[in-house]
Design a protein around this ligand. Structure first.
Ligand SMILES: Cc1cc2nc3c(=O)[nH]c(=O)nc-3n(C[C@H](O)[C@H](O)[C@H](O)COP(=O)(O)OP(=O)(O)OC[C@H]3O[C@@H](n4cnc5c(N)ncnc54)[C@H](O)[C@@H]3O)c2cc1C
Length: 202
């Protein structure tokens, strides 16, 4: 899995401070970085989190499974652009193998399933079946890539659900990588999320 941040609002925390101070007509208190930290703390504590929507980040995520991307796109407050299996033919058998595939027997069963799927996919293509139909035999493990943009309020919701120990391991790994990147841009907005917990990941 590769996660990169390809765009982020410039000076996102200052923007959030300016938007917040509009609400309270408190521009006289604008004195970054101290005032920025203070007002963001207040916004988070009071639940006035709509102000966070003014800032957003865009990530490019590659070498993830379709099982992950299916979970990701359930997060509706976001924008997505995903590699198409209709227009792009899957030339190589690239897939995510869970760490639970860890014995010779499991490896064999998993490997057979992957080989069969790709074999049948290519057979269908050779028989003239369009890629959009041949893809029906491809597995959830199949690699995909996606560009996702979320505003900071939606990102906080995403991290609360997907950095949790209840989240599935692959999306959790992605969420922690995204968290580490966005924390560099907006440490105060994500102060209550701890990327150090990633150590517990599979
Ligand atoms: C551990 C875990 C297990 C899950 N298991 C399943 C499962 O078995 N089956 C399944 O279908 N899904 C499952 N999900 C997905 C989950 O139900 C959510 O669809 C997903 O996490 C997106 O969350 P969200 O709706 O908060 O995010 P977003 O869609 O980004 O929405 C953000 C927030 O906007 C508000 N919102 C958005 N749309 C509406 C709306 N229509 N009405 C009211 N408020 C709205 C809500 O406050 C919401 O929290 C699981 C998620 C997790 C984390």
């Amino acid at each position: 899995m590769q996660v990169e941040m390809i765009a982020c609002t410039k000076d996102p925390e200052l923007l959030i401070e300016r938007a917040g101070r509009e609400c309270y007509d408190s521009f006289d208190k604008l004195n970054p970085p101290e005032s920025t930290k203070r007002i963001i703390e207040h916004l988070l504590k009071s639940g006035h989190t709509s102000v966070l929507e003014h800032a957003s980040a865009t990530f490019r995520v590659t070498e993830i499974s379709r099982a992950l991307s299916h979970q990701l796109v359930r997060h509706r407050i976001a924008s997505y652009s995903q590699r198409s299996q209709r227009y792009v033919r899957e030339t190589k058998p690239e897939f995510v193998k869970p760490s639970s595939i860890n014995t010779a027997e499991r490896e064999e069963a998993f490997g057979d399933a992957m080989r069969d799927a790709w074999h049948h996919y290519h057979t269908l293509l050779m028989l003239g079946v369009p890629a959009e139909d041949a893809r029906f035999v491809l597995p959830n493990a199949c690699h995909t890539s996606i560009v996702v943009t979320m505003n900071f309020r939606a990102l906080r919701n995403f991290f609360s659900l997907r950095c949790s120990p209840h989240a599935q391991w692959e999306i959790r790994g992605m969420a922690f990588r995204m968290l580490a990147l966005v924390k560099l841009e907006a440490p105060n907005v994500f102060i209550d999320f701890n990327e150090g917990l990633q150590g517990g990941l599979k």
